[in-house]
Design a protein around this ligand. Sequence first.
Ligand SMILES: [Cu+2]
Length: 357
Amino acid sequence: MRGYPSGDDSGESGRTRSPISSTEESIMASLTIAPRPIGWMVALFAVQLACSGSDSGTSPPTPPAVTIAKAPVSGDNQSGTVGQALPNAIRVLVARSGQPEVGATVTWSASGTGASVNPVSGITDASGLASTIWTLPQAVGARTATATVSGAGGSPVSFSATALPGPATELVLRSGNAQSAEVGTVLPLPLKVRAEDQFGNGVGGVVVAWQITTGGGSVSPLSSTTDTSGASTAWTLGSGVGAQAAQGAVGGLMGSPVGFTATGTPPPPVTVDVSVGNNFFSPSGVTIAAGTRVRWTWTATGAIPHSVESTGVPSFTSSAILTGNGSIYTFTFNAPGVYTYDCAVHGVLMTGTVTVN
Ligand SMILES: [Cu+2]
């Protein structure tokens, strides 16, 4: 390889950088490692102090000597019943420079309606500890209490607890009352009640018994178990048109049984069809049950007008004179009897009867 020019490096490979002279090395060494004179360093430090002092006008802040933190056994993250004291006290440790601080005043607080702490403030003991009993508020959920030592590092300290509902005391109607539906069908919305504690929090695990009280319908299921939003059942109305009633009950609860009402509406009538032709009704005679609707439909009548005209006793409401295929007239016959009719245009050429049983 040597002696053969090969690429750009070849010219460099045999070349050496010019050595730094011994004089230059000694100057560099004196710049980097020679100790500064002590007096000069002190003077520089003094200048730095003077500069920082002129910025703020005071000495640099010192961290607080007193600190507050949760005690090793703190009572944090307990669960308890709304409106009641948690089973264990909540506890903080106050220290000064790592040593227990005796006689520090700790102020306690807890949020939420009905919440309290006892005592509201206290003095740390020989171990630097202070504690209080925390009574939870009336509403369920995540709750907070705090401990404060004025001016202490870490203050305020925050404690968490979960407030759970108390025992059920009352049964409350939630939804599904006063609906309407066709008799024999399921109401659009389920019936729903809620078990609540003394503060109105929803209580789960309560079995509600459902039953029909008026109207002969049915409920399904016959019993259901509450969650915190309540419990429900579906109500199929009985056959009677008008008011019907059902209830949900839990023994021993105020407000029980909770009553529901509903209105059964009549089913749409059965329909019997009659064609209106040119100079005839087909069929010309129909026999129907009371409450049945007869529907006359103009069929292949073209431009010729016809009508349905009551002609006897009992009578029924006559139609207008109508022209055009697809024209429709309906009448619901609720009273028994033989109803005769003709066409107001064509008279005796075009008659029919409706017999209602
Ligand atoms: Cu006619």
